[in-house]
Design a protein around this ligand. Structure first.
Ligand SMILES: [Zn+2]
Length: 172
């Protein structure tokens, strides 16, 4: 993705708890490997269970505040990340939830979940050299398609978060 400014990333979060709450950026922000990643993912430096995910849609920064749910999965199961779709050991993928923004108190309990690489670094999995079969496209094409998939699924998820209006209508 293209490099973004701090202001841009901070302004991208669609579901901050209160307007005016501050988005704390990672200490390594200036060294973010923009060319390598399809979303910027990091944990809040002061609240380890809070994470942010920011990507780019139609040239605009688009991001979400997530909370990591307690891990209840049993140790023998493999889990699949919803964004990079790699199967990993159970503790390498975690459930994160995003609170839907709403002025209505009851609606604040409304969350939407995502299984995500616990290290918030799908890029590592996306870029591993694919095992190719005789008629598969070249490795670079496979990696490019995976990256496109990560980006489009991240956008679809983030866009689904502030869609509280539709949820409210469904309830009535
Ligand atoms: Zn992943």
């Amino acid at each position: 993705m293209r490099p973004m400014s701090r202001e841009e990333v901070r302004g991208a979060i669609v579901n901050l708890d209160r307007t005016g709450s501050k988005v704390r950026l990672p200490a390594w922000f200036d060294d973010a490997p923009w060319h390598r990643i399809d979303y910027l993912g990091w944990r809040d430096p002061r609240a380890a269970k809070c994470a942010y995910l920011v990507t780019e849609a139609d040239g605009q920064a688009l991001g979400v505040l997530l909370r990591q749910a307690p891990n209840h999965a049993d140790g023998s199961r493999a889990m699949m990340c919803d964004l990079c779709r790699s199967s990993r050991r159970f503790n390498e993928v975690s459930l994160f939830t995003a609170r839907r923004p709403s002025r209505d108190k009851r609606e604040r309990l409304n969350t939407v979940g995502l299984l995500l690489c616990t290290d918030l670094d799908c890029a590592v999995k996306t870029r591993t050299e694919p095992t190719r079969h005789a008629y598969d496209p070249p490795g670079d094409d496979i990696i490019a398609a995976r990256r496109e998939g990560v980006r489009s699924r991240a956008i679809a998820f983030i866009r689904s978060v502030p869609d509280a209006e539709r949820t409210a209508r469904r309830r009535t």
